[in-house]
Design a protein around this ligand. Structure first.
Ligand SMILES: [Fe+2]
Ligand SMILES: [Fe+2]
Length: 269
């Protein structure tokens, strides 16, 4: 029987976006079917690639070299959807990577349920963004995208607490801050498809941040550590910028992220 970590590695090794997300959704369905039958797939251990396989397009550029376009124009809206598609594809890999990379750390089955569900949702998000791009006559790969997205994964490849702090609790929490503004851009443009897709993303991302804080607190509690102090230490160690207000305090609270976790990291800059 294939182990969960082997499934994760298969997704990471698949380059094409639609193929990667299709496999991701299949493996997620298999995991949850086995859980429902009471015979969970073994987690096992596996050797994930340092970097996930990615398609030849989009071309990856340093963030400063990715052209900026005004969101008030059709080209600007396509660029925005393209950037979100790129983030979602990266998120699919990030969630399978946390499963594959930390298989040696003993965790309760609920840990895997959460990240498999998150990976499944990111796969749906990527496909939704691709559908929106295609409806506007574009596609994922048509524009350049940020090259630095895997940096957080590389920096925290040896540190599960660091991974949880930086990926769901900093990067995905940032998504909660900026998504309402994006939804407004597409609402003003009358793009109902994009509004609906982004609203799905916004609702489900709260869960991903919540999984991060849940398991971060779990691990700190298991080692009798103060979660807030540990969080500050790890974000300063692994995240190479200060956090940018304004914060979405309400959604962050819903995801179990209190203000004293993130405000002190914003005020240093
Ligand atoms: Fe997502
Ligand atoms: Fe997410």
């Amino acid at each position: 029987m294939k182990t969960l970590t082997e499934c994760a590695v298969e997704v990471l090794q698949t380059a094409d976006g639609r193929a990667k997300t299709a496999l991701s959704r299949q493996h997620a369905a298999r995991w949850f079917a086995a859980r429902a039958e009471g015979v969970p797939l073994p987690v096992g251990t596996a050797c994930p690639p340092d970097r996930p396989a990615r398609p030849l397009r989009p071309e990856l550029l340093a963030p400063r070299d990715v052209p900026r376009r005004r969101p008030g124009t059709p080209e600007g809206r396509i660029a925005l959807l393209h950037a979100v598609a790129h983030i979602e594809l990266n998120a699919v890999d990030l969630h399978w990577d946390i499963i594959a990379r930390f298989g040696h750390v003993p965790m309760p089955p609920g840990f895997y349920d959460d990240w498999v569900k998150a990976a499944d949702e990111e796969s749906k998000h990527f496909n939704l963004m691709c559908d929106c791009l295609e409806a506007l006559g574009s596609h994922y790969g048509a524009l350049a995208a940020h090259a630095g997205m895997w940096r957080a994964a590389e920096d925290t490849a040896e540190d599960l607490l660091g991974r949880l702090a930086v990926v769901p609790m900093v990067l995905e929490a940032r998504g909660l801050d900026v998504t309402p503004g994006m939804i407004d851009v597409f609402r003003r443009a009358g793009d109902d498809r994009a509004v609906a897709a982004l609203e799905t993303i916004y609702a489900e991302e709260v869960g991903h941040v919540a999984y991060g804080s849940k398991w971060f607190n779990f691990l700190c509690g298991r080692d009798n550590l103060d979660p807030k102090d540990v969080f500050h230490g790890l974000v300063r160690k692994y995240f190479h910028a200060t956090l940018k207000p304004p914060f979405n305090d309400e959604k962050r609270a819903e995801a179990g992220l209190p203000p004293d976790f993130y405000w002190p990291l914003a005020e240093e800059g």
